[in-house]
Ligand binder design. Sequence first.
Ligand SMILES: [Fe+2]
Length: 197
Amino acid sequence: MKVTDSIKVDYMDPIKQLMDEHRVIERVVDIFDKIIEGLENGIKVSPELIMTNIGMLVECANEYHCGKEESIIIPYLEKMGKTDLKTALESYSNDYNASFKYIDNILEVMEAYASGDMSVAVKIVENGLKFIEEVRPIFEKEDEAVFKILKQGLDKEELAQLGEVIQDFEYSWDGPLLMNYQKMVREMERKAGQLIW
Ligand SMILES: [Fe+2]
């Protein structure tokens, strides 16, 4: 497949792309779950793996995906008068952002963990479990409550208009795009899969 073909496919179905991004983020959270399980079992998981996982959450989920929802989708829903969908999406977005405090708590102790202080593993586990519990179900709920309903309610022209504004975001975004994240998460799954506990 040529790059232009994939752009065309994304452009044709902007809502499917947003839901595909959810699937990638869920896979990143699932790897995080495996990391936390290892720490719970007393394994010294490599700090690099933890930081790579958190880094991908920040870039792919917070900046790329949630950034798009907050700067494009929420204003679009407002403009289209779809108040219920806008309120629902804002609420999921707020829930996600609020849960990120647990990741901030983990980041506070990562330097100590990286220098060999295993006593902070308890804090990583506690906060990691809370983050996973709160965040993991959000994306599927958002698909059901917002994106599937939005897709049914838009005609072809409206979908194309939404695709256009999303494309503007993609062009101005200087980080990896969905296809790149899919490759990155596969690589991270491979690395996490080699760890046995
Ligand atoms: Fe989302």
